[in-house]
Design a protein around this ligand. Structure first.
Ligand code: MTE
Length: 319
């Protein structure tokens, strides 16, 4: 993966925030649903966000006590320095090219070893559980990190709703596969669609969330609109974007990065300063946009909450 420092990005490459908003968002700006929201007419929490696009304010978002108190990265950092290979492999590609992704209507099929499989519309899914703002660190395997005010809901709320059977041992997540909307999928950099997975107990952990927004607004496309996973104690590549399918399965899923390079990427991918990536150290990280590196913390600093998930496992072996 090519690492490019944020200060290397020319200011001319940094697109004005308004340009991120999809064309349809502008068309919808005067629509009834948004107008009623502005007038405060929305009856139940979150009604009115139907057909909401990047930049739409998400109402009724509660603060989470699980947030870190560290200073936040700017909206600009978070939305212009991205990994989203479906839109190119450079950090500034997603901000430029992800506009072609149409995020509404959008469905997420929840299937496999569950008693209540269902194809959810994105707006229905967003109403499953109250939305919270959770300020989490995102630590990329390339040894940089950011602090991001995600808006989302616990993945456990969805798990409870669909009632996994006793055979469900893992959860597999799939990104949309549509090379027309995601031109990076015309290139074989990864096997498409992007696939990620979690063990059932990891997925049910309260820190694992499905994010639908950041900075109080609907997710910009480059950050994985309309629905992405955030697993703060794991390397960023586990946090799969633009999810269309969630499958409950018996066997450990084959993830995109494991298929691409099994000697470099394991299934667990827990942030671990003691286990180097074969091509670079994981002991330190660069908090964007700083230059001096800081020490990386085990489990990205979430050890008190998650270490017990891995008790008895050799984390040098299960990378
Ligand atoms: N999801 C998909 N579908 N495709 C990707 O290329 N990149 C991953 C992850 N999710 C990726 C993805 C990587 S490597 C990281 S570090 C995070 O998204 C980056 O999330 P961000 O761009 O919102 O900071």
């Amino acid at each position: 993966m090519l690492i490019r420092n944020a200060p290397d990005i020319k200011s001319s490459e940094i697109t004005d925030k308004s340009l991120y908003l999809s064309r349809r968002k502008f068309l919808l700006a005067g629509s009834a649903s948004l107008a009623s929201l502005a007038a405060g007419a929305a009856p139940a929490w979150l009604s009115g966000v139907d057909e909401a696009y990047a930049g739409t304010k998400l109402p009724g978002v509660q603060k989470s006590r699980l947030s870190t108190g560290e200073p936040l990265n700017s909206f600009k950092d978070i939305t212009t320095y991205n990994n989203f290979y479906e839109f190119g492999t450079d950090k500034d590609d997603p901000a430029q090219y992800a506009k072609t992704l149409v995020t509404r209507p959008w469905t997420v099929a929840v299937e496999g070893e569950v008693k209540r499989p269902k194809i959810y519309g994105i707006d229905e899914l967003m109403k499953l559980s109250p939305l919270e703002e959770r300020i989490y660190r995102l630590r990329c395997v390339e040894a940089w990190s950011m602090v991001i005010p995600w808006v989302g809901f616990p993945l456990s709320a969805l798990i409870k709703r669909v009632e996994p059977t006793s055979k469900a041992k893992y959860v597999e997540f799939l990104t949309l596969h549509d090379p027309k909307q995601m031109p990076g999928q015309r290139r074989g950099v990864l096997e498409w669609p992007y696939v990620e997975g979690l063990r059932m107990d990891e997925a049910a952990h309260p820190l694992a969330i499905l994010a639908v927004g950041l900075y109080g607004e609907v997710l910009p496309n480059q950050n994985g609109a309309p629905l992405r996973l955030v697993v703060p104690w794991k390397y960023g590549f586990k946090s799969i974007k633009s999810i269309v399918k969630i499958r409950f399965v018996e066997n450990q899923p084959a993830t995109s990065w494991m298929k691409a390079n099994p000697s470099e990427y394991g299934f667990y991918s827990n942030v671990n300063p003691d286990v180097d990536h074969p091509r670079w150290s994981q002991a330190r990280e660069r908090r964007i946009p700083e230059f001096t590196k800081r020490k990386t913390l085990m489990f990205n600093g979430y050890g008190d909450q998650v270490a017990q998930l891995y008790s008895g496992m050799d984390l040098r072996k299960y990378i």
